[in-house]
Design a protein around this ligand. Structure first.
Ligand code: MG
Length: 158
């Protein structure tokens, strides 16, 4: 059986935080606020993966009330989610994700993000698509108050 999952996440941009997207630290004046490293792209992918096997969501598996995971790297979250998939006998087919952010320029960092996500998920980089777009200045994302990301994932499950 082929199954697919969808994921969405959003985080607020604030001063004094590192900006981590797809496991890659990107130089920027602002960073995303959150309990973990707030890697919005990895979070959307994690939710898509969990959704594909009907295993609830990232908030269930990694609650922001759990002090033991404060500041957890989202690449570590992806590694743990990949383990959950393996336990369910699900084999990853592909991941496609879009980051929506006004700044900074994301394109130069996409190859490094693919590599990071590839090794976290043990999935060939060719099966991982990372895209980025702006919101054309529209709304809160367009004003640069935050970033959001969407992802889909498909898996084969016997
Ligand atoms: Mg999140």
């Amino acid at each position: 059986m082929t199954r697919c999952g969808i994921g969405y996440d959003a985080h607020r941009l604030v001063a004094g935080r590192k900006l981590v997207l797809g496991g890659v630290e990107i130089p920027h004046s602002l960073g995303l606020e959150g309990h973990s490293d707030a890697d919005v792209l990895s979070h959307a992918i994690a939710d898509a993966l969990l959704g594909a096997i009907g295993e609830r969501d990232i908030g269930h598996h990694f609650p922001n009330t759990d002090e033991s995971i404060r500041g957890i790297s989202s690449i570590a979250i992806l590694e743990r989610v990949a383990e959950v998939l393996r336990r369910h006998g699900a084999e990853l087919v592909n991941v496609d994700a879009t980051l929506i952010a006004e700044a900074p320029k994301i394109a130069p960092h996409i190859p490094a993000m693919r590599e990071k996500i590839s090794s976290a998920l043990q999935l060939a980089p060719e099966r991982i698509s990372i895209k980025a777009t702006t919101n054309e200045g529209l709304g809160t994302i367009g004003r640069g108050e935050g970033m959001c990301a969407m992802a889909v994932a498909s898996v084969e499950q016997p």
